[in-house]
Design a protein around this ligand. Structure first.
Ligand code: FEO
Length: 171
């Protein structure tokens, strides 16, 4: 059972995850457009993971007898300066999502909603990984340079990222 406040907050987070998916889809499209297929692949995998995050919240609201309310998804930017710009914006966005997850956790603690605290723990851990990945790629871009051979090498590396659907138990 969810309080109305918690239901609203979870619906808002669902929308943020949908926006995240949309943002990374836009970055994937831009990467393809500027001839970086590896970056396009990385962002498309990220898009799919964000859709999984949104669905995880969707199912949780339903499981708890709440009501899913879908809101309009904001338009993401479609133009980016370069690969570094996309990853800096990705990191900034993930930091915003981390803050949002922590605020949700604060609310669950305040409401003594133990089920939602346990549910959100997965997201707290996931955000550590997400920010870590972005920091790592930004460091590589800084080291290898923003263009030429270095960028080509990073693009090749990012081409290897594979989407893993969530385990059945999590669905
Ligand atoms: Fe769903 Fe990238 O946080």
């Amino acid at each position: 059972m969810l309080s109305k406040t918690m239901e609203d907050a979870l619906n808002e987070q669902l929308n943020k995850e949908m926006y995240s998916a949309y943002l990374y889809m836009a970055m994937s499209a831009h990467s393809t457009h500027i001839g970086l297929p590896g970056f396009a692949n990385w962002f498309m995998v990220q898009y799919k993971e964000e859709m999984d995050h949104a669905m995880k919240i969707y199912r949780y609201i339903n499981d708890q007898g709440g009501k899913v309310k879908l809101r309009a998804i904001d338009e993401p930017p479609s133009e980016f300066e370069d690969a570094m710009d996309m990853f800096q914006k990705t990191l900034k966005h993930e930091q915003f999502i981390t803050k949002s997850i922590h605020e949700l956790m604060d609310l669950a603690i305040q409401e003594r909603d133990h089920a939602t605290q346990i549910f959100l723990q997965w997201f707290v851990t996931e955000q550590i990984e997400e920010e870590g990945n972005d920091n790592e790629i930004i460091a590589k871009l800084e080291l290898a340079g923003k263009e030429g051979n270095g960028l080509f090498m990073i693009d090749k590396e990012l081409a290897a990222r594979v989407y893993t659907p969530p385990a059945e138990a999590e669905e």
